[in-house]
Design a protein around this ligand. Structure first.
Ligand SMILES: NC(=O)NCCC(=O)O
Length: 383
């Protein structure tokens, strides 16, 4: 079976395992069951009409005596590019705006408070080509660009925080960045978070285009909780997740663009492990489809010249601090994942497992400050 024909691991297990084993396999693979959310009929109909998958799950927390529950809903949106990559840039962007705008409308019907789109959601993932033109023309201002204005309208209209990862052009020195713009539910731009770690692997030739982010590990205080954005390749860096969490993030979003051959076995583990290790929720989002480019490209890895990157496998999911996770969205279809979470779970799990409390951070800070020096001598005992 080809990589793009398997719809999802979960569906595959469901159709091949008998019920008692299925429940046990699910418990071992995904942790405590995440019950399905009741979503409104109008949302289900709209998703069907517009041909995207709509799924909803919930993570509950124990009732506390002193604190009320802090239940909120997040929406994760994964999608194909709408028009082929040869089309006029503005047509491609506008087509993506209208597709995602419709999906956000459905998110609003489902009571979503914070929505996050995939990495550089307004464009094909053209960085594989290493061609500057026309792809750099997709870059926009994070503060006043068309895409930010479009998201501000959505945020105001639906009273929703919108996380919009784009290719950013900073006017001052024409620097390009890979940036998530965070727009408050008031419609104001709350700030931006730039991608900290840039891949240098396979066809991910992103270092040709933009610089390592300079926004550190900013956390955004929103009406619905403290959120942070760790963009794609940053998920392979445990310290990156850790620092967002040290700054108080309760939910860390990981908008991504990654392909099956490279990272699929790592995908279900990394964001989930980060949720466990940092006592927070994590939301992993990946685009879907295979994107074709007119000119062939190579990446100096001995592979024959090719026109596409491979299959972006979707599979967006949410993980909780107790190690449980939702099933993923499809590997092949556009989709909206709506997840209700009680943020009280973070403190409850922190009290239970105490990873932060037992973390011995001063010891590591001291060791790490020595280990990064050029005169560092590894502490190895030899006979
Ligand atoms: N977009 C991006 O950073 N992709 C790198 C590949 C990966 O991290 O799986």
């Amino acid at each position: 079976m080809s990589a793009c024909r398997l719809d999802s691991l979960e569906k595959c297990l469901e159709s091949h395992l008998p019920e008692p084993e299925l429940a046990e396999v699910r418990r071992i693979l995904f942790g405590k069951e995440t019950p399905k959310l009741d979503l409104p009929e109008c949302a289900i109909e709209a998703a069907n009409e517009q041909d995207f998958e709509l799924k909803g799950y919930m993570f509950d927390a124990k009732k506390e005596e002193l604190r009320p529950p802090r239940r909120i809903r997040v929406g994760l949106i994964q999608h194909h590019i709408v028009l082929a990559t040869e089309n006029h840039i503005l047509d491609q962007i506008n087509a993506m705006h209208s597709r995602v705008g419709e999906m956000v409308k459905v998110a609003a019907m489902c009571g979503v408070n914070i929505v996050c789109f995939q990495e550089t959601w307004t464009m094909p993932f053209a960085f594989c080509t290493r061609e500057k033109e026309p792809w750099t023309e997709f870059a926009e201002s994070a503060e006043v660009g068309n895409t930010t204005r479009f998201c501000q309208e959505l945020a105001k209209k639906y009273n929703m925080v919108v996380i919009s990862p784009i290719l950013e052009r900073e006017a001052l020195h024409n620097t390009l960045w890979n940036t998530a713009v965070v727009i408050s539910n008031s419609g104001n731009v709350l700030g931006k978070s730039r991608k900290n770690h840039i891949p240098r692997i396979g066809d991910f030739n992103e270092s040709t285009y933009y610089m390592e982010g300079d926004t550190g590990h900013t956390v955004f205080q929103t009406q619905f909780g403290k959120i942070a954005v760790n963009i794609c390749y940053g998920r392979h860096h445990p310290l990156n997740w850790f620092m967002y969490s040290m700054n108080g993030a309760e939910i860390i979003f990981n908008p991504s663009a990654t392909v099956g051959d490279l990272s699929e076995p790592m995908w279900p583990i990394e964001a989930r492990n980060a949720a466990i290790a940092n006592h927070c929720f994590t939301c992993a989002i990946n685009r879907v489809g295979t994107e074709n480019f007119q000119n062939e490209f190579t990446s100096g890895d001995g592979k024959k010249a090719h026109h596409d990157f491979g299959h972006f496998y979707g599979s967006s999911y949410v993980a909780a601090p107790d190690g449980s996770r939702t099933p993923g969205l499809s590997r092949t279809r556009d989709g909206l994942l709506v997840v209700e979470m009680d943020l009280n779970l973070n403190q409850q799990i922190s009290d239970k497992w105490s990873f932060k409390m037992t973390g011995r951070y001063p010891m590591y800070a001291e060791e790490l400050s020595k280990a990064v020096r050029h005169d560092f001598k590894p502490n190895i005992v030899k006979e």
